[in-house]
Design a protein around this ligand. Structure first.
Ligand code: NI
Ligand code: MN
Length: 226
């Protein structure tokens, strides 16, 4: 599989020939100026929650590609009323899509759409296609609910966790999260986009390596083969 970081919490994933996009915030992010949002393929667009820094490019990507939105019931209903097709989920639920299974799991955060519409409760995703199993945490605090993931899922190959602090957990708590989810290969995201979440990259990496874990702080636009 291939993972491309689109900035903030945005991900482009190629999984067995299927193209997934997660939380696209490209046209609103000066740091993602080299990413062309009009060239991103999308069969499915996954949203963890409704905040501006996760949904800015949802409509233009779905309009161009005809992709299917996967999110909680409230967000899928909101975009459904605008004419976009979607698959609604809620916490603890799993569904088998053609690219693999998706489980919508708990996150501790808030969720409202940019126009003020209630966006349900925020979540994360555990995705498993039989070959690879990974966790996208979304915006979240460290939570004991993360301990349920290794109990209810296959062994994670890697996980994507917020590390920017202030609005989500920081890297110190993300190390503990990696213990909870029993996964030592972590991609950090939700960092450096604006002042509140700028982090010291070396301190973050050292915090993980001191525990024998790997923290990758991905470069925007770069593709990682996994
Ligand atoms: Ni958020
Ligand atoms: Mn966010």
């Amino acid at each position: 599989m291939k993972l491309r970081f689109l900035g903030q919490a945005g991900l482009q994933i190629e999984l067995g020939g299927h193209n997934l996009v997660v939380d696209p915030f490209i046209s609103g992010n000066p740091l993602a100026g080299d990413v062309n949002v009009d060239e991103i393929p999308c069969d499915y667009l996954l949203l963890t929650h409704g905040h501006q820094d996760h949904v800015v490019d949802v409509e233009n990507i779905l309009e161009r590609t005809g992709g299917t939105l996967i999110s909680n019931y409230e967000i899928v209903t909101y975009y459904g009323e605008k004419g976009y097709q979607g698959h609604p989920m809620n916490h603890g639920g799993k569904w088998n899509f053609d690219f693999g299974s998706v489980k919508y799991v708990n996150a501790i955060h808030s969720s409202v759409l940019p126009d003020g519409t209630y966006a349900g409760n925020p979540g994360g995703f555990v995705i498993d296609n039989g070959a690879v199993c990974f966790y996208i945490a979304g915006d979240t605090a460290l939570t004991m609910d993360m301990k349920l993931i290794p109990i209810t899922s296959r062994k994670l190959d890697f996980a994507i966790l917020p590390v920017g602090d202030n609005f989500t957990m920081g890297y110190e708590d993300a190390v503990i999260a990696s213990d909870f989810i029993e996964c030592d290969k972590i991609f950090g995201y939700h960092f450096d986009t604006f002042g509140y979440i700028e982090i010291d990259h070396k301190a973050a990496a050292d915090t993980f390596s001191a525990k024998g874990k790997e923290l990758i702080l991905p470069e925007i636009g770069k593709v990682y083969e996994l």
